[in-house]
Design a protein. Structure first.
Length: 362
């Protein structure tokens, strides 16, 4: 229940810093760790830290003991006053947009070169490493205005509308060139020759990007959506299971223009004009909200036959979030509903949305 977790954590953590009158403006979670971005432009992270993804110059986890959270949890020290504007988390790495800089900075795990530069060494686990972060060298020099991350890669949406990615590239989510498995800059780099702009078609300009575990979807000004990457469960939404390194014209058939996107590990969703909400891809736990467990997007007619999710209450979906095998939506009446795999009690999981009658006002 990602949306609910956001509400609870924002309330709790804002109180931890109330003496400084700070509030949390964004939470970003990776695999067993979470980072909070405050309105001061500074960040705190807690949870697992084997790769230095918390950014504290060590590999000590934080959050299990009271003396490692709240006021005892320090802000990340970059050695200079950086104002962070957005965080994006992968499985064990973090990238951040910085005010006044065109390109992001990244730290944490780097085994797949998901930090965008260097020889694959982790950053953030050693002393003074956070003081020496350099911007990711990018081909498009226009500012990055939005970030999204998968398990082992990150993509930036440039102000030009172009999408540029770095990191793992098993199925095309990182770049378009098929000859390299990983997308990284050589050391030393004579030039930026490893980051490629994603080919979403000639003159295409994205306005939003979201990343799943190994795929990326982009929304364009007209409301059409195109995806690249892994596709074993139909998460690209084009009626087959073929992975794609580029997508010049295979739009996800949504039946109307999309106004926003969210992505879980192996499924994606779109909020449509008028308030309808549709999801496609993997559906083992009912995360697509169709009252069954059948994936959508794998077969030719899947998307044409995909119905909007019935959330009852005669309310529109105004915001949403997705994670591993679950989806949540915020409705126009301020209600929050979640479906997919849920954990109502310790050591117990229940699938919601996998059976007829699960959705709607139920």
């Amino acid at each position: 229940m990602k949306v609910l977790v956001l509400i609870i954590l924002i309330s709790h953590l804002s109180l931890a810093d109330e003496s400084k009158n700070l509030s949390i403006v964004q939470l970003a979670s990776g695999d067993n760790f979470t980072c909070a971005l405050f309105d001061s432009g500074r960040a705190k992270c807690w949870g697992m830290n084997l790769s230095g993804q918390l950014g504290y110059g060590d590999i000590n986890s934080r959050g299990k003991k009271a003396d490692t959270v709240g006021k005892n949890l320090p802000f990340i020290d970059f050695g200079t006053d950086l104002f962070l504007e957005e965080l994006s988390t992968g499985q064990a790495h973090v990238c951040a947009r910085v005010r006044g800089k065109n390109a992001p900075i990244c730290w944490g795990a780097n085994e797949k070169h998901q930090l965008g530069h260097g020889a694959g060494n982790n950053v953030g686990s050693g002393k003074d490493q956070m003081n020496k972060l350099s911007e990711v060298p990018l081909k498009d020099v226009s500012p990055v205005i939005r970030l999204t991350s998968g398990d082992y890669f990150t993509c930036g949406l440039h102000d030009s509308g172009k999408v540029e990615c770095w990191g793992a590239n098993w199925n095309g989510e990182g770049r378009n060139s098929p000859e390299n498995e990983f997308d990284y800059d050589p050391t030393p780099p004579p030039e930026v020759n490893a980051h490629d702009l994603v080919n979403f078609g000639k003159d295409s300009k994205a306005v939003e990007i979201v990343g799943g575990s190994d795929f990326v979807c982009a929304r364009f000004a007209a409301g059409n959506v195109r995806c690249i990457g892994v596709n074993f469960a139909g998460q690209l939404g084009v009626g087959d299971t073929t992975a794609r390194k580029s997508n010049e014209g295979n739009d996800v058939m949504l039946g109307g223009p999309a106004e926003f996107l969210v992505a879980g590990s192996f499924h994606a969703c779109a909020g449509l004009k008028g308030g309808n909400f549709k999801c496609w891809g993997r559906n083992d736990n009912g995360q697509l909200g169709q009252g069954d467990r059948r994936a959508r997007g794998m077969l030719t007619n899947d998307m044409a036959e995909l119905m909007p999710i019935d959330l009852g209450m005669k309310a529109r979906v105004v915001a949403a979030a997705a994670s591993y095998r679950k989806t949540c939506a915020v409705l126009s009446n301020r209600a929050v509903k979640c479906w997919g795999i849920t954990n109502p009690f310790p050591n117990e999981t229940i699938d919601v949305g996998a059976k007829p009658g699960d959705m709607g006002d139920n």
